[in-house]
Structure formats: structure tokens, C-alpha cells
Write a protein that binds this ligand. Sequence first.
Ligand code: ATP
Ligand code: MG
Length: 252
Amino acid sequence: MKGVEVSNLTKRFRCGNGAIEAVKDVTLSLAQGEFAAVMGASGSGKSTLLHLIAGLTKPDEGAIRIAGIDVNELSDAALTAFRRQHIGLIFQAFNLIPSLSGEDNITLPLLLARARPDRARVDSLIARLGLEGVRGRQPDSMSGGEQQRVAIGRALVRAPRLVLADEPTGSLDSLNGRKLCELFGEITAESGATVLMVTHNPVVAFAASRFFILKDGRLVGEIDKTACPTVQDLNQAYFEIVEGARSEVGRE
Ligand SMILES: Nc1ncnc2c1ncn2[C@@H]1O[C@H](COP(=O)(O)OP(=O)(O)OP(=O)(O)O)[C@@H](O)[C@H]1O
Ligand SMILES: [Mg+2]
């Protein structure tokens, strides 16, 4: 089934007299249900790529198809409706609503869609994410990790077909980050969602099954987990690609 198809995507930001190419000619595709990680150093274009796929930023060149639909052909209103219905977003800064409780932050997408909350699903998500203790509390009283888990709950509450997660475990240590990503992978696998998760940390990325490596806005490598059975293998392959010692683009 068609998941996400990104072709020849380029995004430039104007800066002074010149422009920064934050994403350069990136082509990648994900089958529906795949869990992939986008890895790369700070400034390599990871967040920009995710924002482009979410239709939050318009590309200068290239196209994005989600379930066969070219998202940039949609009107703004149709794109917003499409995003609300099909995409779960987890931002690098969690973007929780400060005045709402943990539970109300999680169920906000249901309210926006005028959908009746599926109590059992909401309760199960809250329990699996370990958020019972914060369901009635506002974000400013939560730890960074709790806020991240609320942001994950909010992204998953409508069982979207595509989940875009930007450093969803950035405020956790590597191992707890990976555990949370594994849980996140389990919940999304149950609903058949495609997941694209950004991280610069190979230990966290290891929860995914495919890895795209960005460097200076370019896709410089692609690794399949079958080629890297351990975190150490992934770490080594990642650094070899980033250092230019090997190129895996196009390798299946
Ligand atoms: N709105 C913007 N205006 C100008 N430049 C931008 C903008 N957003 C990003 N950039 C630039 O584009 C490049 C890629 O930024 P991006 O945020 O995508 O990196 P990243 O890989 O997500 O980094 P990090 O790991 O630090 O979050 C950087 O050089 C950044 O300064
Ligand atoms: Mg970023």
C-alpha cells in the first residue's frame, strides 16, 4: 500500500542576501506501516523535512504524496483537514496547550474533529504511556518526559495513518528514549500507521526498522535494520555514512 512518497524535495530559506538550502533534492519512500528514522547532525534538515511532509512548510521544488495524494495540490483548508484526519504530529518543542490538562491535551484532536472520544482507547493510551498521574495536571507541572508522552498520546489518539515525530524522546536518556520509541512503534504497528521519526541518536533510532541519513540537507544514506542487527552496527554504519566513508543511497 502507498505510504509516503517524497520526490526531489528542496527547501530554501532566505537569509541575508543569500539562501540556505535546508533540504536538498531529497527522494525517499515508505510503505504504509513502515517505521523509519531520519538521522543526522543538528542543522542537517531533519525538522525541515518533517515539516515539509506534514505540509506545514511549502517546498521550493519537489512533491510529497501521502496515500497517493499530492499534499501541495490541496487548498489550505483541504490540507488542514487532511492533516487533522490522517497525520499525527509530534513536534520537537511539544506544543502542548498550557491551560489544558494532560488528558485534555491528548483528546484535543478529537475535539477539533468533533469526534466522540473512544473512552477505552483514550484510557488505554494513557495507561500504556504511563500518564495516569498527570491526566488532570497542566503541562507546566509535568516533567519534560511526561510532556513528551502527552504529546505522543495526542499524536496517536486518532490512530492516524501517518505519524511524524520530531525527537519524540529528546528529553530522556538514550535507553529510556529507545524504550519509549519501542512502545510508540508497538502502538502505531497495531493501527498500521507509517512512522517517520527524527532523532540524532542511534540508540533511540534503533527502535525503527529503516534509517535515512541526512547531511547538510542531503539524503546521504539509507540503512535497513537487517544490515545492522545491533545498535553498535547501526552506530558504526551511521558514522561511516556521515563521514563519507560509505554511501548507501538506494540500497535496499
Ligand atoms: N525558518 C527558518 N529560516 C531560516 N533558516 C532556517 C529556518 N528553519 C531552519 N533553518 C535552517 O535550515 C537548516 C536545517 O534546520 P533544521 O531545523 O531542519 O535542522 P535539524 O536537523 O532539525 O536540527 P536539530 O537537530 O538542531 O533540530 C539549518 O541551517 C537552519 O538554521
Ligand atoms: Mg530539528
